[in-house]
Design a protein around this ligand. Sequence first.
Ligand SMILES: [Mg+2]
Length: 251
Amino acid sequence: MIRAVIFDWGGTLTPWHDIDLVAQWQAYVDVYRPEDTELAQRLMAAETRLWRDQQATNGEAGTGSLDHIWASAGVDTDSPLHLEAMATYLRAWDPHTVADPLAHPTLAALRDRGLMIGVLSNTMWPRDHHQRVFDRDQLLPLIDAAVYSSEIPVAKPHLDAFRSVLDLLEVRPSEAVFVGDRPWDDIHGAQQVGMRAIWIPHSRLGDQAVDVDVSPDAVAATLADTVSIVDAWMVADSLDGSWVQRGEVSN
Ligand SMILES: [Mg+2]
């Protein structure tokens, strides 16, 4: 029986944008230390290193958080300018974090069916920023539990990342559906822990779009399609109750 639907965030609840990451970091530098002409590049390099480690270790090395980036780029986090610069940096992301217009009706429709909603995001940003973003787009009241990799030692596709959100929702993998845009981190990861996974292939992911051998349980052209897919699975489960968990790990 399906009891929860868990969503990836970037590229799934929020449409994928191609973003100039150095320009985003420059928004921080312009406040914190505009005379340092290399700081944006150092921040970018620190961020890139963290993402590479997460990818290379299949999430065993988590994403880390912004704190890792500040330390690695030599930022003085006690400086009064730092907090103001960080707020400016996060605000510079605002146009790129707006939820898909279908996110609200989709989550609301799933909740109308009595399902819980979870979020599992690979992100370096703090929880309070993600909550502000969800609050702005009226999604916060629709989300029962959210796990951000900035707060845990691992990241998707690591099993423990998926288990973290399953534990918060108090559901078994077979009772949860995962929805994401990344074939390896989201789809393979969720299936590995024993969840059914819906792929929304709308991202232009240079590093993950090809060369991964992953078969999603269903493909959704839009976020809204997840509702009819979950409906069909709920009917099938109720008819024969025979959905066989794929390699669910019992410990
Ligand atoms: Mg994503």
